[in-house]
Design a protein around this ligand. Structure first.
Ligand code: P6P
Length: 336
């Protein structure tokens, strides 16, 4: 019998039927985000042919020069999501403040946060990039919506995922019942379920970190990486491999597929900042996916999903992936 292709829509409907924790509005939201990711994938795939490579003449709130595709991806997500009636507001790495759904559209009960195109330094050299998204519920204790409504710990997410634009375009998603992966079938134009209940092996021999920052790391991270580099002759008694693609989506996807540990730790280049990566729309969604797949995610001292955000574009130190490795590097941070 031919294997029936299960579309994203069918998966979400059947999840809703099975355990009822995907309300209709959330299902609609996720389908709209998936459609937006399809449009971004098409723009990314055009590259030079679409005149979308290179930098725009602007900087984002992070002070980073924006790529044309950063802005295109941001606009695609805003335009796709603002009219549906499922959202109250959106927040993006590319926008200083929140985007409240205009009055001409009905307001919904969800808040959508995203990094529209993560890893954009890879765009112009044809290396995989992706969109990361996180969904929260708007607090119901007051009318309207404000930035403070977004400042919820990652444990409050109701959905999280990413879409990676690589050799395949794949959407990876959790709504709190495990992690599923959908591959874009370009002939049908739909995302088809290709993996579910993804599990990260608890052990690994592969670490991902930007080694050029070694001289800036805190002692616990330096100890952990030194031990990995010492290999079978060192205290770990096994050799390690290293990967660093400089696109969080692709490094995390590899870890979900075969295990590993990803680290972007605090370092002394900017001592006043807790880290480089953003908590709300990079670390939180990725940490929930990793935990839902049996992995672990900390900032070296506490569970990332427990961190109470103080501001929308807050940064955080990130160590996530295979549980036993994250436990080890976190233990090295314990006070002596
Ligand atoms: P570096 C991309 O800009 C990003 O936010 C993550 O996707 C990636 O893991 C990291 O920064 C790469 O940083 O300092 O190695 O270029």
């Amino acid at each position: 019998m031919t294997q029936h292709k299960i579309s994203l829509t069918r998966y979400l409907v059947e999840q809703q039927r099975a355990d009822g924790h995907i309300p209709g509005q959330l299902r609609l939201l996720l389908e709209v985000v998936a459609r937006a990711c399809k449009s971004i994938s098409q723009a990314v795939n055009k590259g030079d042919l679409g005149g979308v490579l290179g930098t725009a003449e602007s900087e984002n709130v992070q002070g980073e020069v924006q790529k044309k595709l950063d802005i295109i991806a941001n606009e695609v997500l805003i335009e796709a999501n603002e009219w549906g009636g499922h959202l109250a507001a959106m927040a993006s790495e590319e926008m200083d403040s929140i985007y409240v759904v205009p009055n001409r559209y009905p307001q919904g009960e969800y808040l959508l946060l995203f990094d529209p195109l993560d890893g954009s330094s890879n765009i112009d050299v044809n290396v995989s990039i992706g969109t990361i998204f996180s969904v929260l519920k708007k607090p119901e204790d007051h009318p309207g919506v404000q930035e403070a409504d977004f400042l919820q710990a990652g444990a409050k997410q109701v959905a999280a995922g990413y879409c990676i634009y690589g050799p395949q375009t794949t959407l990876v998603l959790t709504v709190g019942d495990g992690v599923a992966m959908f591959t874009l079938d370009r002939e049908q134009g739909s995302f088809v379920l290709t993996k579910e209940n993804i599990q990260i092996p608890a052990d690994t021999k592969e670490f991902a970190i930007n080694m050029s920052n070694m001289r800036h790391w805190d002692a616990p991270v330096k100890r952990y990486i030194d031990e990995c580099l010492a290999g079978s002759e060192g205290p770990r008694g096994k050799d390690f491999n290293m990967r660093w693609i400089a696109s969080m989506v692709t490094d995390v996807h590899r870890i979900l597929m075969r295990g590993g540990i990803f680290l972007y730790p605090w370092d002394k280049r900017e001592p006043g900042k807790p880290g480089k990566l953003r908590l709300m729309y990079e670390a939180n969604p990725m940490s929930w996916l990793v935990e839902q797949a049996g992995g672990m995610a900390t900032n070296g001292r506490e569970r990332i999903l427990d961190i109470a955000p103080g501001k929308l574009h807050e940064r955080v130190s990130v160590m996530l992936g295979s549980k036993n490795e994250v436990e080890r590097v976190t233990r090295y941070h314990d006070p002596l």
